[in-house]
Design a protein around this ligand. Structure first.
Ligand SMILES: Nc1ncnc2c1ncn2[C@@H]1O[C@H](COP(=O)(O)OP(=O)(O)O)[C@@H](O)[C@H]1O
Ligand SMILES: Cc1ncsc1CCOP(=O)(O)O
Length: 276
């Protein structure tokens, strides 16, 4: 079976009422987008910011995936993520890391280095600036936004995937997914996604929900990019005169919640590349 067929099969599980439990350790800006995207994707979200119980969300509550978003990280939250991540690693629950806005301060640099030393991440999803920053390169990022030229981005994704032994996803005009051996590119999307706050975080929420249904995180990451890209194209087609970005965002959520498997597959622009 090729990757396309696997994407179709995994996406179709959304309709099987499995409700994978996803634990979110996230920022306070896009939190509702994340939980909504998880629910739209057939999942069941749970949140905490209590250090004495966060790790229990994994083992005791049997979460099937954990999302860590660095957007408003602080010292206590870093401890919560580290403890929860270690528990997730021990009981083989996937960790999806979104290093949102890590280029913004030296504390964030310390925090990401600390977390990546202590916790094995299964999917790391960022924009190109965030990926380059983790590798130690200069970036043109401002806050949450990347202003990098994405030509030649593949080499940074492969370098980070090999360094961390994880699936790396770069979101952008074309999304790149790689584990260092395989690479997929999803060329769906709409440039208006850059104008809505929460688009990047939402991709991680969708990936995490599908990571609760498979151990192939290269595949669940690909499904996350595919769903968001196709949803934004469906949203764009619904836009009427004088409807703006807020309406577009609502239409993206509608599309993620209502997209049939055939709609996804008919529009999906997916390329699979064997590396080496
Ligand atoms: N120029 C673009 N054209 C179409 N889609 C894009 C473009 N840039 C980003 N996207 C899409 O927007 C979503 C969020 O990606 P991105 O803006 O890179 O995240 P972040 O908010 O983390 O910077 C992804 O689904 C990505 O594919
Ligand atoms: C504005 C902001 N500041 C810290 S996190 C955040 C939101 C992140 O949004 P996105 O998911 O679009 O990167």
């Amino acid at each position: 079976m090729n990757l396309r067929n696997h994407v179709e099969k995994l996406y179709a599980q959304k309709f099987e009422e499995k409700y994978p439990l996803v634990c979110f350790l996230t920022n306070y800006v896009t939190v509702l987008d994340l939980v909504d995207m998880c629910i739209h994707s057939g999942g069941s979200p749970v949140l905490t910011d209590e250090i004495s119980e966060a790790h229990e969300m994994v083992e005791y509550s049997k979460s099937q995936a954990v999302v860590m978003n660095f957007g408003t990280i602080n010292r206590e939250y870093l401890d919560i993520m580290t403890l929860t991540g270690k528990t997730a690693n021990r009981v083989h629950v996937p960790v999806i890391l979104d290093p949102a806005a890590i280029t913004a301060s030296s504390f964030r640099k310390y925090a990401i280095e600390h977390l990546l030393k202590e916790v094995k991440v299964d999917i790391l999803k960022g924009n190109l600036g965030e990926i380059k920053f983790i590798l130690g390169y200069d970036t043109k990022n401002k806050g949450i936004d990347s202003f990098e030229d994405e030509d030649g981005a593949e080499k940074y994704c492969i370098e980070l995937a090999e360094k961390l032994g994880t699936v790396v996803v770069m979101t952008g005009k074309t999304d790149i997914i790689t584990d260092g051996k395989r690479m997929a590119k999803v060329s769906n999307g709409d440039a208006k996604l850059k104008k809505i706050c929460g688009a990047g975080s939402s991709v991680a929420a969708i990936m995490a929900t599908y990571s609760g249904l498979t151990e192939d995180y290269f595949l669940s990451a690909t499904v996350g990019c595919a769903v968001m890209g196709v949803a934004s194209e469906m949203a764009e087609e619904r836009m009427k005169e004088r409807e703006g970005i807020r309406t577009f965002k609502t239409y993206v959520h509608d599309a993620v919640s209502m997209m049939e498997t055939k709609e996804l597959m008919d529009r999906l622009n997916l390329m699979e590349i064997e590396l080496d």
